[in-house]
Ligand binder design. Structure first.
Ligand SMILES: *Cc1c(COP(=O)(O)O)cnc(C)c1O
Length: 398
């Protein structure tokens, strides 16, 4: 059995159309890195570009760079680059702030778009906590009540009082992929808006925001998009909603004429309306450089490889893990799987992950009993999936 899996890993790596992309990442320390769903690996172009930004644009040109180096427009320019990866035509995404802050803008703006009698904010009950905390505060501020529902039930739960549903496209804990097209259509049929959180899907699988008529979306850029620690997040506001997008954080950067320094607020047109304050230029331009690795990559190829990797890893775990020690909580059905595998390990999960990391297989642990393995198709190979499962088997047996 193991010999067969090794031959299969080699064949799968040989047939991998994305194989060349891995060379663009700094991954030379011999570890198997399966935590790119928490912090993407470093693309090699970033360090040189950042040195240039610091030395030349900041160091030499200083204030002139806001215009001469294109800093001022960077949030929308980089937003368009993210847009290509999430199915958004140019002019609908702005990069800046954290995901948490963008959840706040999106949920409050969605409530402000809602018709009369709509005072309910529906949230994915298993949401990444920050989305839930922020949605609860947004609901309190806007006179709404919050109601939790399993993300799979949101299509049936949205009703005449729902203003907005906030849903995670892929569940961060289980790796379950939710139905963006069907849920969006059902929420719309109920007369409500939907905000999608794409943190665990952007860069991991094709996302088609425009095609499915999504209202608003947010996501981070430091997971599958490899933007670096604390890289700015993004906000998508569908073009036809932009004129009515009423930001709860109308900072001066979202003013139609910021340098008029007008005491009266007048919102900018387009994606810039989602801006707040001065953009985080260094991390924004690190992200810009990091996005170069996507230039010749098709998201369909990413998805094909991602599913092959997670399928193969699950088979390897079955082959190597001692009977009954771990159980996958990631859906087996491809239509319901993101790009990670989560294994429940009832006995000593924290210690198991610590030992895996010590042996050079880096995943992460989510309390109380989940081992998470993120599969980032741009730089993870099949031999690594095999090695991770083999080491997991050794740790569990030991
Ligand atoms: C990673 C993640 C976040 C992180 O939010 P920050 O504000 O960037 O810390 C939020 N939501 C989801 C669903 C995530 O996976």
């Amino acid at each position: 059995m193991p010999r067969g899996l090794a031959a299969e890993a080699t064949a799968l790596d040989d047939g991998d159309v994305l194989r060349a992309v891995r060379k663009e990442f700094a991954l030379d320390d011999g570890t198997v890195y399966l935590d790119g769903n928490s912090l993407g690996a470093l693309p090699r172009t970033v360090a040189g570009r950042l040195a240039e930004v610091v030395g030349d644009e900041w160091g030499r040109l200083r204030i002139r760079s806001w215009t001469e180096s294109g800093w001022w427009e960077a949030p929308e320019r980089v937003g368009d680059r993210v847009g290509r990866l999430v199915g958004a035509a140019p002019g609908q995404i702005v990069v800046g702030d954290s995901t948490s802050v963008n959840v706040f803008k999106a949920v409050v703006a969605a409530v402000r778009l809602a018709g009369p009698g709509r005072d309910e904010v529906l949230v994915d009950a298993a949401t990444f906590p920050t989305d839930g905390y922020v949605a609860a505060s947004a609901a309190r501020m806007t006179g709404c009540r919050i109601r939790e529902a399993d993300a799979r039930d949101i299509p049936g739960e949205a009703g005449p009082r729902t203003a907005v549903a906030l849903v995670n496209h892929v569940d961060y804990r289980s790796g379950r992929l939710h139905d963006l097209a069907g849920t969006t259509a059902a929420v719309h049929a109920a007369g409500a808006r939907v905000v999608w959180d794409l943190c665990h899907s952007a860069g991991a699988l094709p996302v088609a925001l425009d095609a499915h008529g999504v209202d608003l979306a947010v996501g981070c850029t430091y997971k599958y998009l490899n933007g670096g620690p604390g890289a700015p997040a993004y906000l998508y506001v569908r073009r036809d909603l932009q004129p009515r997008f009423d930001s709860p954080l109308p900072g001066w950067n979202s003013h139609t004429d910021p340098f008029a320094m007008d005491s009266a607020y007048a919102p900018a047109d387009g994606a810039a309306r989602g801006r707040v304050g001065t953009p985080e230029i260094l991390s924004l331009l690190a992200l810009d450089a990091a996005l170069d690795v996507w230039d010749d990559v098709a998201l369909t190829a990413v998805r094909t490889k991602s599913l092959a990797l997670t399928d193969f890893f699950l088979r390897c775990v079955e082959a190597y893990a001692p009977e009954g020690r771990v159980e996958s909580i990631t859906p087996a059905a491809h239509a319901e799987r993101g790009s990670q595998v989560s294994l429940r390990c009832a006995d000593g999960a924290a210690g198991v992950m610590a030992e895996l990391i010590r042996r050079g297989v880096v995943g992460d642990f989510r309390r109380p009993d989940v081992l998470r393995f993120g599969f980032t198709p741009l730089y993870t190979g099949f031999a690594e999936a095999l090695r991770a499962a083999r080491v997991l088997g050794e740790v569990l047996a030991g």
